[in-house]
Design a protein around this ligand. Structure first.
Ligand code: MN
Length: 326
């Protein structure tokens, strides 16, 4: 993490908790008291107002008064080389903070932990850089950041680089993408980035894509509800066919329910089977990655089915039809 000077009192993103317990080097506050934490919650500015990478506010990086604050997270866990690669790449654009799950949380989706406490511990990433590990989900990591853990808001959240692509229907399972969704829910622009696996993973191309996409978001901005889902093919930088703007494609899952018997004679189950494939229809994320191009898919959190909205009105749904004698 690059250290930055402690923001002045005019900074609207500074929380009350920082004033009481901030460490001198601009890291997170040391052990805030319950009183200060409660006050931070009540005085926390709406994060929606804090980000400078929203459309209408975004501007060329050279015109930013202070460097963008970039939160980096993932779902593969704090020890992932992909996480370190993403943080390293984005150092070029702003002040990078890393908070990620302590363990691999792939396919946890948008899980938010509310029925047990969460621990956050300072850790070293794969490349020695400082970060924080949370014993929860990717969404928990992003939530902690936006609920005041670092004492300030963020301008951009980047999630990845995930080991394995998140294409088409994978969006609904992906912890990587869910972390970006959590940022968007908190009013902060975000992107997820995932790398196709093929033997030894090399993040050179993913790092380059991350910088291009991050710069695009910081300079052009995203609107409410929008995020970007980036997928990188498993090819060297010089063999990559460029960046393609895509729509979500369709996954073909090959899951199987595998039954085993435990030492007490009782059955238990694995969801197993071959890795999923996908339909590489033209214009989709699948087709771009298959052709050796980087796929960038615009995503919106409004999941309303527009076509069904109109058809559904013609159903004449009426509670009277739900009577037992009806
Ligand atoms: Mn993962």
């Amino acid at each position: 993490m690059t250290s930055r000077p402690a923001p002045g009192p005019e900074d609207p993103t500074v929380l009350a908790v920082r004033a009481e317990g901030a460490s001198a080097e601009g890291g997170r506050p040391e052990a805030p008291t319950l009183r200060s934490a409660a006050r931070a919650r009540s005085e926390r500015p709406r994060p929606v107002d804090a980000s400078r990478a929203r459309r209408g506010v975004a501007r060329p990086l050279a015109e930013w008064a202070t460097p963008p604050r970039i939160l980096v997270t993932n779902d593969d866990g704090i020890d992932s080389r992909g996480l370190a690669a993403l943080a390293r790449a984005l150092d070029a654009l702003g002040d990078v903070y890393v908070i990620a799950p302590e363990t691999n949380q792939s396919t946890v989706g948008h899980l938010k932990t509310m029925l047990r406490p969460l621990r956050i511990r300072e850790r070293r990433l794969a490349d020695g850089r400082r970060g924080w590990a949370i014993d929860g989900s990717p969404t928990d990591a992003v939530s902690a950041a936006f609920l005041g853990y670092f004492g300030h808001g963020f301008d951009l959240v980047a999630s990845g680089v995930n080991y394995g692509n998140n294409l088409g229907d994978d969006m609904t399972y992906s912890g990587t993408v869910s972390a970006a969704m959590e940022a968007v829910i908190n009013g902060c622009p975000a992107f997820a980035i995932s790398q196709a696996l093929n033997g030894d993973v090399d993040f050179d191309l993913a790092e380059r894509a991350a910088v291009v996409v991050a710069r695009g978001i910081l300079e052009r901005g995203l609107d409410d509800g929008e995020l970007l889902n980036v997928n990188v093919p498993s090819v060297p930088v010089e063999a990559c066919g460029g960046i393609e703007i895509t729509r979500l494609g369709q996954r073909v899952y090959q899951d199987e329910l595998v039954e085993r018997i435990d030492p007490r004679g009782l059955p238990y189950y694995w969801i197993g089977g071959q890795p999923p494939t996908g339909v590489a229809a033209r214009g989709t994320d699948f087709s771009a990655v298959e052709a050796g191009r980087i796929s960038v898919t615009p995503i919106h959190l409004d999941l309303t089915a527009r076509g069904l909205l109109r058809r559904l009105r013609e159903w004449d749904l009426d509670l009277a039809g739900g009577r037992a004698d009806g």
